[in-house]
Design a protein around this ligand. Structure first.
Ligand code: FAD
Length: 391
């Protein structure tokens, strides 16, 4: 097989990129190891930033999203029995998140590729990416080889694209945080009407809207804790204790837990994001913790930049944007990582805080500053909603 661009992985990054390239007349193929059903069912992210939606809309990829997503422009912080509402929509000049589950976006992007006549090759694993410094890099898959002009690795953090990079010349900046998060998808009797972050003596807890009958919850746990240590009763009790913090009003009642997983809290940013004719995008290039809900948004921002760069290279013979891809994207990724880590610091008490009461009082003061008009609140609002405005 032959394609101008071979894409490994049909997550948000690979699918968004393939859609734009196909529409611009570039022959590309997406190879995905999982089945279509598996890819379209995987429930992960749910908050789309303003800039992500604006870009998807500009590419004609947001019709269903705009029709069905709900919008959110505020979040609540609960600390020491107080609820502080941060109206980041108002402080960012009216920008809002769209709540739209990742699996719905993935479904839309697969359907659009199908309509364009180039659906992903599902249930095909790429075993290796080879010849990346030649003019014809290859995807070696089960039972076939695909010769390409460029290969884009969108195969997530544990994919094989990273393995094709030479042992020297690339560095991963890794960080392990001193806690993990239990992540839970649960049926609820009514929708979470917004994001809630709880900073609590027992640890952080979070509640994210996902749909009318489903919410995602997070619970801070000790590092390397086991999911088996968290039976249903303990999860529900801890969520109530931390999220309500004395006032259960506003909390939905939690029904069946449809997914319970332990997230090892770490981040990793690889640099540079390209070698020869292999380019990396999305989680294959950088993973962040779910704090700030940035991962899927960064993956799509990579796809947007790469689409323009590949079109320039393949249709106008302009190699400049492709040469600048890694530097440009790493600047954005590091800014977002900085924000995400700042938020983690705000939400977690130090593991051995000598005076948790005093720490919590300081956190509450910091949270209140985010809700008080001024430069700090405006900066937070723009970064949180991903307005695309640089401070
Ligand atoms: P992925 O979605 O991981 O896709 C990679 C694809 O590559 C997969 O389909 C995989 O099967 C395929 N693949 C792997 N290896 C091969 C191979 N050898 N051959 C062929 N195919 C292969 N982000 C947000 O923005 N907001 C949120 O609220 C948010 N919440 C999250 C909650 C959880 C619990 C988790 C786990 C993540 C969350 N994220 C969130 C992160 C977000 O889901 C990821 O950042 C996003 O999926 C990255 O997209 P991607 O396309 O880079 O990679």
């Amino acid at each position: 097989l032959r394609a101008e661009v071979g894409i490994v992985g049909a997550g948000p990054a690979g699918l968004a990129l393939a859609n734009v390239l196909t529409r611009r007349g570039i022959d590309c193929v997406v190879v995905e190891r999982a089945s279509r059903a598996r890819v379209e069912e995987r429930q992960r992210a749910g908050l789309l930033e303003h800039r992500t939606v604006r870009w998807l809309h500009s590419q004609g990829l947001a019709d269903r999203l705009l029709a069905e997503a709900t919008r959110h422009g505020w979040c609540d912080f609960r600390c020491l029995g107080h609820t502080v509402r941060v109206d980041y929509g108002a402080y960012s000049g009216g920008h809002q998140h769209h709540v739209y589950p990742q699996q719905n976006l993935v479904r839309d992007l697969v359907a659009a590729l199908e309509l364009a006549g180039s659906p992903p090759l599902f249930s095909h694993s790429v075993r290796a990416v080879t010849d990346i410094t030649s003019r014809r890099p290859r995807l070696e898959c089960e039972g076939m080889e695909i010769e390409c002009d460029y290969v884009v690795g969108c195969d997530g953090f544990r994919g094989i694209s990273r393995a094709a990079l030479p042992a020297t010349g690339h560095r991963a900046h890794n960080r392990r945080y001193p806690y993990d998060w239990l992540t839970v998808l649960a049926e609820v009797d009514r929708p979470a009407d917004g994001v809630r972050y709880a900073v609590h003596r027992s640890g952080f807890a979070g509640m994210m809207p996902r749909g009318p009958r489903v919410s995602r919850f997070y619970l801070q746990c000790p590092p390397d804790d086991a999911v088996e240590a968290w039976p249903r009763r303990r999860i529900v009790t801890e969520l109530r204790t931390r999220l309500a913090d004395g006032d259960p009003a506003g909390l939905p009642s939690i029904g069946a837990l449809t997914e319970v997983r332990m997230l090892r809290m770490h981040s990793s940013v690889l640099a540079p994001l390209a070698h020869g004719r292999l380019l990396l995008a999305g989680d294959a290039a950088h993973v962040l913790t779910p704090s700030g809900a940035k991962g899927m948004n960064l993956a799509i921002a990579d796809a947007a930049a790469l689409a323009e760069a590949l079109v320039a290279r393949l249709r106008r013979r302009d190699a400049g944007p492709l040469a600048g891809y890694s530097t440009a994207r790493l600047g954005d990724v590091r800014r977002v990582l900085g924000f995400s880590e700042w938020l983690l610091d705000l939400l977690h008490l130090p593991p051995e805080a000598a005076e948790p009461g005093r720490e919590l009082t300081a956190r509450l003061a910091g949270i209140r500053r985010l809700a008080t008009p001024g430069p700090g609140a405006y900066r937070f609002a723009h970064r949180y909603v991903g307005s695309g405005v640089r401070e």
